[in-house]
Ligand binder design. Structure first.
Ligand code: F6R
Length: 608
């Protein structure tokens, strides 16, 4: 995700404390590495950056002592390219005349870097933020101080070269302005007395000024201490926009205007899914990951097995992954709970086996214990994690990031969606399918979030008075039923069990009585079969709530219907996750519980 902040002031003064404070307010967006750059009135650039959290790096490098009239801070959430000094941002251009930093993903980063090297530029790292700086550099002629027109032309040309979603801020030592551009990533401007600033997000601006200007995609901002101008990247035309006054509390801004981080993170799902797909489509790491999966069993004496290992929500993603690999690619994968892996398979693991360990935090002890056994027995360790630099990342032969940015709310939401998206992408690749079909997920997730929020709230009003209920899914929706039930348990303190729907009649059905709620998840194509399972419940007085695509026969058999669009049956479970999350969220709020910080739970579980 990453966060950027830039400021320009009329007087040379200690900018360091402002850069530090603004950086801290963006720390939720990334904390693998951090850097600050200041430019003095005479054009001297002071660049300080390092690996780690902002307080630690600042204590080492003394950010508060930095002075200047322009400043940039960046907080990095690494995706590819380990957190390291060279990859930490901001970055200099070849001669050290310009400094800049970005937020987002440049998906043709590798090709652009090769181009810069061929053209003789000095490329220091592999980070795509550096690519943004060089992309501007290659369109400046290098002689003398660039004018505003030169800089605007170079940034517009860079925009044509850079593929992906990003925002960046850049300044030239001799040009007394700061420039920023937005393409798909957040960017907002602040207008103060004798200063202007720009940031990925409002919380870093509000302590400085409440006068703000929203930047839209395809716009370049030119900041001076007294003025802010907007230009269209398309035709270079000047754009007029009125400033706004933000009078809300900073805490609300931190939550993006939502009452809880959980709701904010649910609403971030379309964007993070889109970013992850961009990344997976363009990354050579995916080929290495797939090669390791395909190599499973390729050694004599052992047929080799593929395991998918995770805990809690991450385990549910593993389960969905197993359905995807089987149904799309004919590849058998065994989903296993982290702590169960050693007990159930530990002694039979050998060098032909591969396990994909899945963890948001990358620090879950139950998962890491299994990684250790896998290593000891010579198996391949593949990792999928959200937190880069985590123990799991370092222990993996090959890893893939979830690229969700910081998930603050204890219940996992956007990381589950991206785990599912990642497995679906891998299954498509294994099956030789065109992954372009997955690009629709961004818009579909957006649509389903908007369309199911109110219906989910009204279903939660019925569930609110029940302390015991069931969620049922069949095949592809079984993991979604488990995940929906886990969310509900976590944040409402009700007991909710997720079950494979055909299994319900083998015992749990006896719990059903008048009004007893059972929620059914039916993927497109499974509706007629699900009607049987629904009727087993309704004839006994139970209340059936269906989450399904429009289907009149199913709808006439249930009491409540949460409609999810009728799309490809493999994409559908990812969409159906959203109403499941929203039902849990609204029931939690209705019960007066803070869904972000439920009792007894912790975001990272580093104990056995
Ligand atoms: C549920 C939840 C937990 C985690 C589990 C594994 O919302 O957050 O069930 O999924 O503790 O954590 P990670 O994915 O960090 O290994």
């Amino acid at each position: 995700m990453c966060g950027i902040f830039g400021i320009i002031t009329s007087k040379d003064h200690p900018l360091g404390p402002t850069l530090l404070e603004s950086g801290k307010r963006l720390a939720y967006r990334g904390y693998d590495s951090v850097g600050c750059a200041t430019v003095s009135a005479e054009g001297t650039i002071d660049l300080r950056k390092g690996v780690g959290r902002i307080d630690d790096v600042s204590a080492d490098l003394d950010f508060p002592a930095m002075r200047g009239v322009r400043g940039i801070t960046q907080l990095r959430w690494a995706t590819f390219g380990s957190p390291s000094y060279v990859n930490a941002q901001p970055h200099l251009d070849s001669d050290g005349d310009m400094v800049g930093a970005h937020n987002g993903n440049v998906v043709n980063n590798v090709q652009m870097r090769e181009l810069f090297i061929r053209e003789g530029m000095t490329v220091r790292g592999t980070n795509d933020g550096e690519t943004c700086v060089h992309a501007v550099e290659r369109h400046l002629d290098g002689d003398g101080t660039p004018t505003q027109e030169d800089m605007l032309a170079a940034i517009r040309a860079a925009y044509d070269d850079l593929e992906g979603d990003y925002a960046f801020v850049i300044t030239h030592r001799d040009d007394h302005r700061l420039y920023a551009i937005k393409k798909g990533s957040g960017l907002v401007v602040g207008l103060g007395e004798g200063l202007s600033c720009v940031s990925s997000d409002l919380p870093s601006i509000l302590p400085i000024t409440r006068r703000i200007l929203r930047v839209l995609d395809g716009e370049i901002v030119v900041l001076s201490p007294e003025t802010v101008e907007l230009y269209s990247v398309g035709d270079g035309a000047n754009i007029e926009r009125d400033e706004e006054f933000y009078d809300g509390p900073i805490e609300v801004a931190e939550k993006g205007g939502y009452p809880h981080f959980m709701l904010k993170e649910i609403h971030e799902q379309p964007a993070v899914a889109g970013e992850l797909l961009h990344l997976l489509n363009s990354s050579p790491h995916v080929d290495r990951f797939l090669d390791a999966m395909r190599a499973t069993g390729n050694r004599p004496g052992n047929r080799g097995s593929l395991y998918l290992v995770g805990c809690g929500t991450s385990y549910h993603a593993c389960l969905l992954g197993a359905y995807y690999f089987n149904q799309l690619a004919g590849v058998a994968a065994v989903p296993v709970l982290g702590p169960q892996f050693i007990e159930q398979y530990g002694k039979s693991i050998g060098p032909s086996d591969t396990a994909i360990f899945v963890s948001q935090s990358g620090e879950t002890k139950d998962v890491l214990n299994s990684v250790k056994v896998m290593r000891e027995r010579g198996g391949r360790v593949l990792g999928v994690m959200n937190v880069l630099g985590s123990t799991l990342m370092n222990a993996s032969d090959v890893y893939l990031p979830l690229a969700c940015g910081y998930e603050i709310s204890v219940p996992a939401t956007k990381t589950f969606v991206n785990q599912a998206v990642l497995f679906l992408h891998l299954a498509y690749r294994l099956a030789g399918r065109d992954t372009a079909a997955l690009d629709a997920l961004h818009d579909l997730l957006d649509l389903v979030t908007k369309d199911t929020e109110e219906p989910a709230r009204s279903v939660s009003a019925y569930l609110h008075s029940w302390d015991d209920l069931y969620y049922l899914g069949y095949g592809l929706t079984h993991p979604i039923a488990l995940e929906g039930a886990l969310k509900l348990k976590e944040i409402t303190y009700a007991h909710c069990e997720g079950i494979f729907s055909s299994e319900f009649k083998h015992g749990p059905l006896s719990a059903v009585h008048d009004g007893y709620p059972v929620v059914f998840f039916a993927a497109p194509g499974d509706e007629m079969m699900m009607i049987n399972h629904v009727n087993e419940v309704t004839v006994r007085g139970g209340r059936a709530i269906a989450v399904a695509a429009p289907h009149s026969a199913l709808q006439s058999n249930v009491h409540d219907y949460l409609v999810v669009p009728n799309v490809d049956r493999y994409l559908w479970p990812i969409l159906a996750t959203v109403p499941a999350q929203l039902v849990a969220y609204y029931m939690s709020v209705a019960r007066g519980i803070d869904p972000d910080f439920p009792r007894n739970l912790s975001k990272t579980l580093t104990v056995d």
